[in-house]
Design a protein around this ligand. Sequence first.
Ligand code: AMP
Ligand code: MG
Length: 513
Amino acid sequence: MKLNIDNTFFSELSADTIKENFTRQVENACYSLATPIQTKAPKLIHINSEVAKQVGFTVEDLNSEKFNNLITGNFIYPSTLPYAMCYGGHQFGNWAGQLGDGRAINLFQVLTDRSLTLQLKGAGKTPYSRTADGLAVLRSSIREYLCAEAIHHLGIPTTRSLSLALTGDQVMRDVLYNGNPAYEPGAIVCRVAESFIRFGNFQIFASRNDKKNLKALLNYTIRHHFSHLEENNKSHYAMLFQEIVNATVNMIVHWQRVGFVHGVMNTDNMSILGLTIDYGPYGWLDHYDTDWTPNTTDSQNRRYRYSQQPNIGLWNLYQLANAIYLVTEDAPPLEEALNSYKTQFESQNLKMRSAKIGIDSPSEKDKILLDDLESHLKLIETDMTIFFRLLAKAKKIEDCLDAFYHPNQLKGEVLATWEMWFDQYQSRLATENQLEKDRIVNMNNTNPKYILRNYMSQLAIEAAENGDYDLINELYELIQNPYDEQPENEKWFAKRPEWAKNKVGCSMLSCSS
Ligand code: AMP
Ligand code: MG
């Protein structure tokens, strides 16, 4: 096993000087050294060979005991120092103070065409674990492992999954926080990203008025991830912020396109590279209910519901702007970047919504057609993914019948409303300067056929908890090509089954993981 280790991180950012692993407030430091705990009986369940190759592992490495031990924290790669990052964050709109990598331990960075960080999720306590155990259970690890890959193959920026392993240890969890704790199998996902730096990494320094470390982190971010910008330059810090705004808009427009609901858009879960990060109680819209959130912890206010994600992205960016302001002391460039969020979002979102219905160059008038469509999708329970996929070839609403959860409700006024919309839509398409066959191809590249519905992960979880990992493999293969027809996988191009509508793990998820 020979990896191209990059240790610049340590020389460029300040470390916590206390070596012991007890829970504490860590000041004047970007990170703390943290040693993964030894796991009892590490057992690999899945390896992502594409990511493994990118990192620099050979096929021989992947079959070795060393690899098994590395990705479960039992073996530390020579001359590397695992560490946990210090960050804070706004949770559900309130400043929560120091949070940090409470159950994520960064193993090391490797230099490939760019630098990649390998991080274990669930490898034990760090100084940031607060009252929790630093561990992760199989159910949430499967969800993170598969979903990051599903999101990647949908063309959405995200952290990646390298491996999924059982630890052999049992972990106590109270799934619904209702006083029913039980033991579950422990697991570790090794995830990989160009950077795991979050908005909260900057916020924690600003909250402590620690300008020195705030600047050091801004410079580090520029040096390693935005190297076309200048370090120690206030206007370039604002330009960095503008780039983070752009990346955030891009990510959220993609989420809206595929019906992904992150579930916990706290500022500590917002990547400065605009990567989808920290897969917790996320979900996918089955029927088109824009007020839906999978997160039961948020069921009262629904702060992070599907329709609210774009606004929350902006709210979170305000918090980051406030942090950066501490060192730039120049509000207008930051305000300008914040103002551009709205205009960028509106134009990209209109483009995306139009692309979903096969309109290449949308005009203001198309907004009415699009708004009508989105309100009609709520008339009777309508599956978002299936509807848009069938729309490519549909001439009339009956061609989309399979998208309705209760097709017999398509009658009377509902039917008339849809018929009117289709008339308008067909007339609009007739004015498009696009061959029908090209339009269909474009629509199918915008509207995925296969998404990782919650019930699908739940089935894979239940099988895996009984020692059967076949479904993990099957879903992993399925999500590699979400826009392809894959006739052999047609059974996954189906509405959520009735049993999954209100089931824990499908429509309802908590942060317990
Ligand atoms: P999340 O809601 O998963 O983004 O987590 C919020 C904060 O809680 C982060 O600082 C996590 O590292 C920490 N955290 C979540 N679960 C655990 C756990 N089981 N053990 C330690 N820290 C945790
Ligand atoms: Mg988090």
